[in-house]
Design a binder for this molecule. Structure first.
Ligand code: ATP
Ligand code: MG
Length: 366
């Protein structure tokens, strides 16, 4: 989308586990924005809930509804109930189909250290204080989608499995542009991560990223790291990074690693974007947390921060995105905490109350 409008249609995908409760809390948290613009929320099925109701993890009706909306807020999907299902009937398969169907080839995962939760990080405060990294992960190519692939048996009866890591030039060009565009709005530095010393596909990746930077983004600084080194540097001195751009499988691993700099799973948003003429999908990084589902214990802040990303990257409302993030910051300053981010002297709140507190804080800023 990225065009500012007076009214938005937003598909809600409440999903499984804690999904429905954090969705409710998120809608409550952003309700004050209805003073400024209209938000029309419409729910649809995906993941386990969709499998139970229709047999498919990504029903056609959901796809049609999403295509007609401005943006998508997704909570979390999956759970032990569906873990044993064949691949076509797994909740995660629905997610992949949705991203592919919507042409969402870029996953943005910020790892911004939360000042109030410095102790939650796995690293020393002096190493993580002030860390603000955006990992841009390619989502629709790489070893996850390359063909041929499979498990076969040799003539001597030994089985072997294989997948192909493939990147086409146009796929690298467009993810590089997303990364450079994001960098222009931040610290103007991109580190491209590959394994060009070993993999041919990575040599192509590097060549293309260099060309795009030279031709189109001379104002953005570009560096390169091998993925093994990048994994180490993220732990050694994470403040060196602004935007990191990488392929699907390296990005999968590095974005999880980067998230541990922040410490709490309940604070991490993400965005899947890339299609200028269709909706993006915004969701917390955490899973459906079946162990605490339905108990009003879940932390809704990751999904609320995902809504901030939606405002910034899909709805053309960057100022409102900043306001929502400030509201979350203020609530943390006031000492409200769900169980997962509980610290000494904090006031315990449940999922629902956390959503209300953010709404109150936001109200004060409008
Ligand atoms: P998935 O495979 O779907 O990513 P997972 O196995 O990685 O799931 P999560 O569902 O993310 O795991 O949960 C991991 C742990 O973190 C669980 O103990 C869960 O209760 C906790 N957790 C996850 N999200 C939240 C949240 N929003 N608030 C509080 N605790 C959470
Ligand atoms: Mg997980």
């Amino acid at each position: 989308a990225v065009t500012k409008k007076d009214s938005y249609s937003i598909t809600l995908l409440p999903g499984d586990g804690i999904g429905p409760e954090i969705t409710t809390a998120t809608v409550a948290a952003i309700q004050p924005f209805s003073k400024l613009f209209k938000m029309e929320f419409k729910e649809a099925l995906i993941g386990g809930a969709a499998i139970d109701a229709t047999g498919s993890p990504f029903p056609d009706a959901t796809f049609e509804q999403i295509k007609a909306s401005d943006s998508v807020l997704l909570s979390a999907i999956g759970g032990p109930k569906w873990d044993g299902n064949p691949r076509e009937q797994r909740p995660e398969t629905g997610l992949l189909a949705m991203r592919k169907g919507l042409g969402l080839f870029a996953n943005l995962r910020p790892a911004k250290v939360v000042r109030q939760l410095l102790d939650a990080s796995t690293l020393k405060p002096e190493i993580v204080d002030g860390v603000d990294i955006m990992v841009v992960r390619e989502l629709t190519g790489d070893v996850y989608f390359g063909t041929p692939k499979g498990i076969e048996t040799t003539e001597s009866g030994e089985r072997f499995g294989y997948n192909n890591m493939i990147y086409y030039e146009h796929e690298v060009e467009r993810i590089a542009r997303v990364a450079f565009d994001v960098a222009r709005k931040r610290g103007k530095r991109v580190c491209s991560v590959d394994k060009a010393n070993v993999l041919d596909v990575s040599q192509l990746w590097r060549d293309v990223v260099i060309r795009i930077q030279k031709d189109e983004y001379p104002d953005v600084e570009l560096t390169h790291q091998y993925v093994d080194n990048a994994a180490m540097q993220l732990i050694r001195w994470p403040k060196q990074f602004d935007v990191m751009v990488t392929g699907n499988i390296f990005g999968d691993i590095l974005s999880d690693e980067a998230s541990m700099l922040v410490g709490s799973l309940g604070m991490l948003p993400s965005a899947s974007v890339g299609n200028p003429s269709g909706p993006g999908v915004f969701e917390p990084c955490h899973g459906s947390a079946p162990d605490i589902a339905g108990q009003d214990k879940a932390n809704p802040l990751a999904m609320i921060l995902s809504a901030a990303m939606m405002l910034r990257y899909d709805l053309g409302r960057p100022e409102e995105a900043d306001l929502l993030e400030t509201a979350v910051d203020n609530v943390l300053d006031q000492g409200y905490a769900t169980a997962d981010i509980m610290r000494d002297g904090c006031k315990p709140v449940g999922c629902k109350e956390m959503g209300q507190r953010v709404a109150e804080a936001l109200e004060k800023l409008l």
